[in-house]
Design a protein around this ligand. Structure first.
Ligand code: NAD
Ligand code: UD1
Length: 370
């Protein structure tokens, strides 16, 4: 009898169709790497993206790595009707990972309303449509920015949430609250909120990575472009912070490690292990200064990064790094990649972008993307 049961279980395991996951913002930096990991873990992935900060070429990269070309629909998550149609067309979505958002901190200060409209409306639409389409689980992309400058380091999930320093940061705080309130009112919905620290690097194949949008705001794309001679000099924002070398400290996490955490979160939700909302820090637990990053990048890639010390950047936090213990224990996930390998992948990706640009120029075209 027991043997029969086991055979049946085994048969069901292999005969049942894979769980279908919707990834919003799946053409973007973190989304595309997560799509790769989801496909590798056996999920069927559908992507929604409005390509406001990504390129349709990302699908080629995903296909080259995984051998699978996921469904992609160019839909804006603020468009309720289009989203509703999507859910009717692709029935049976088991869970959602919601990445789609605008994310440039500085721009959000200049143009707050598009940030509030985009980031809040997208989430509200998704949360409204979930119960109407029998979807119970959502993973939400939040940020360590919700902690501001924490009083205690490493920062735990239970640390107080301080007044946001930017409209972008505020959208993350409000979105977290929206999720809590929604689940309080509908206990059938479950959520995992992931607070990312500083994701860096690219897929080791260099088939996908972070597409720089004009002059990069973030450190690593700027470091890579300065090393490549595309930018004259990197400005190190602040050398007079209260840190060992005077530059800011962050918890830089490899993009593939970050992507894998989403697969763990998805499994936990689908296995029914989440009672309402769970929130996790995704970081390495180790802080590195801007100057340490530059030095290590130079060493591992055997290339100089031209840089100069500059004034502090307004709104920057002095130092922050994660206590990832809760994610380690509950999600059974850990950031494993060495920062050296991650910084190698940054340079490999930069070279891939430059080769592509050369090919396109020769062919008379431009590199597509943002
Ligand atoms: P990204 O810009 O590369 O990806 C976001 C994707 O969402 C893009 O492809 C964009 O075109 C799409 N998008 C934006 N608004 C949309 C809309 N209304 N409808 C459909 N698609 C839309 O950004 P990322 O770095 O991959 O970030 C993903 C998520 O993680 C975001 O929510 C971001 O706020 C959050 N996050 C990022 C970081 C980071 O440092 N990269 C840190 C913390 C949190
Ligand atoms: C911030 C937010 C993060 C958000 C991200 C998106 C915090 C703690 N983090 O990351 O949630 O998702 O922006 O953009 O609020 N630096 C230089 N020179 C440069 C660029 C950066 O010295 O040209 C320094 C910064 O001062 C900072 C570090 O490098 O100390 C990292 O900066 P960046 O990559 O912009 O990320 P954060 O500001 O940490």
């Amino acid at each position: 009898m027991e043997v029969k049961k086991s055979i049946k279980k085994l048969f069901n395991k292999f005969s049942s169709s894979p769980d279908r996951i919707l990834v919003t913002g799946g053409m973007g930096y973190i989304g595309s790497h997560t799509v790769v990991e989801l496909i590798n873990a056996g999920y069927e992935v559908c992507i929604i993206d409005n390509l406001s900060n990504s390129s349709v070429d990302v699908l080629n990269g995903i296909e080259k790595i995984t051998g699978v070309r996921p469904v992609f629909e160019n839909i804006d998550c603020t468009d309720y009707v289009a989203l509703d149609k999507f859910f009717k067309k692709y029935e049976g979505i088991k869970a959602i990972i919601h990445f789609a958002a605008l994310k440039a901190v500085g721009e959000s200060v200049e143009r707050p309303l598009p940030y509030y409209r985009n980031n809040l409306t997208s989430l509200i639409n998704i949360l409204e449509l979930m119960p109407l389409n029998g979807i119970k689980s959502i993973v939400f992309s939040s940020s360590c920015t919700v902690y501001g400058q924490p009083d205690e380091l490493p920062v735990k999930e239970t640390a107080p949430i301080k007044k946001a320093l930017s409209p972008y940061g505020n959208t993350k705080q409000i979105c977290e609250e929206i999720i809590h309130d929604t689940i309080h009112s509908n206990d059938k919905i479950k959520s995992i909120i992931l607070r990312y620290f500083n994701p860096i690097g690219a897929h080791p194949s260099a088939e996908i990575g972070e597409l720089p949008n004009g002059v990069p705001n973030n450190l690593l794309p700027y470091v890579a472009q300065a090393a490549a001679g595309i930018r004259k000099k990197l400005k190190v924002f602040g050398g007079d912070y209260n840190t060992p070398d005077g530059s800011c400290i962050r918890d830089y996490i490899d993009i593939m490690d970050l992507a894998k955490a989403h697969v763990c979160a998805m499994k936990r939700l689908i296995d029914g292990k989440v009672e309402s909302v769970e929130t996790f820090n995704l970081g390495t637990g180790r802080g590195l200064s801007v100057l340490e990053i530059i030095k290590t990048f130079e060493e591992v890639n055997d290339i100089k990064v031209p840089y100069e010390m500059a004034d502090r950047r307004e709104g920057d936090i002095e130092q922050v790094w994660a206590d990832p213990t809760y994610a380690n224990e509950v999600l059974k996930w850990e950031a494993k990649e060495s920062v050296k390998n991650t910084l190698r992948s940054v340079w490999k990706w930069q070279m891939h972008l430059m080769e592509q640009e050369e090919d396109h120029t020769k062919g008379g075209g431009m590199i597509s993307g943002s």
